[in-house]
Structure formats: structure tokens, C-alpha cells
Design a binder for this molecule. Sequence first.
Ligand code: NI
Length: 167
Amino acid sequence: MALLPILRFPDPRLRKVAAPVTNVDDGIRRLAADMAETMYEAPGIGLAATQVDVHQQVIVIDVSESRDQLLVLINPELLSGEGMQVGEEGCLSVPGVYDKVERSEKVSVRYLDLQGEARTLDAEGLLAVCIQHEIDHLQGKVFVDHLSMLKQMRIKSKLAKQARITA
Ligand code: NI
């Protein structure tokens, strides 16, 4: 397994739309394992392939406290969403930035597992937020897109400053 470099907002590669996986093979399983390792190491609760500059529809999620409930969702597709919740979100591609985003309270998602089997998952609360956040990434969206233009400008200048300091 290997740690993968994570793209930082506003990197234009975060805007690419991921293609569906046509064949769940060893290459995809290796990608998912590397993404999981990268997510746990960061540490984060979710990571989309887009964030590691691979533009295929793969996401990894673990919202458990024990960090042993890995979910790998291939070609995830939201079937339904209901209710509304507002939670503070962050993103490994937007380090140090947290803000409130409105999401569906409950979602139903269809996806392929690591064996290529079709599955459906009903999620609520933090897991539902995480699924919506990661599916956004696959569509080239970042959580800050949900914020006001003024906040987005502030975030860009804050991250530009950080990049200069750490470069
Ligand atoms: Ni993110």
C-alpha cells in the first residue's frame, strides 16, 4: 500500500468529473486500499479518488470512532435524500477550513462493492453528510462551493498564504 498525495483547493484538478469504473479489478482494489491508508493517515473520515488526482468514481469513508468500519463505494449514486441537516464540514483538500453546510439528513445510495456487487446503503447523520460530500468531489465540487462568494474568496486567500508559508 502507499500514501497518495492529496490535491489542495483551489487546484483545478479538483474540478474534473470522475468517470464510472467499468471493471472492479485489482487496480481498483489497490487504489481503494491506498486511498484508505491515505485517509486514515491524514487523518480524515472520507476521501474521493478525485482528491488524489484519479478521476474514477471511487470513495472511501470511515466515520467510526474505532476507525475500523471502512466503506468503499464504487460508482456511488444517490437514489434519494430526505430531510435537512446543517453540520460543520471540513475537507482534506481544504486544510484548516471548517464551515456549516446544508445537506440531506438521510440518503439512500447505490454502489458497487470491492467485488463488483451492486449494493444499496441507507445512511443518516454524519455518514449521510460524508457520502454527499464525497459524491460532490466525484462531480468536481468542493464543500466550499456551498458557501457564499465572500467566504470562498477569504478561504482562497487564506490557503494561498498557507501555501507560501509551507512551500
Ligand atoms: Ni472533501
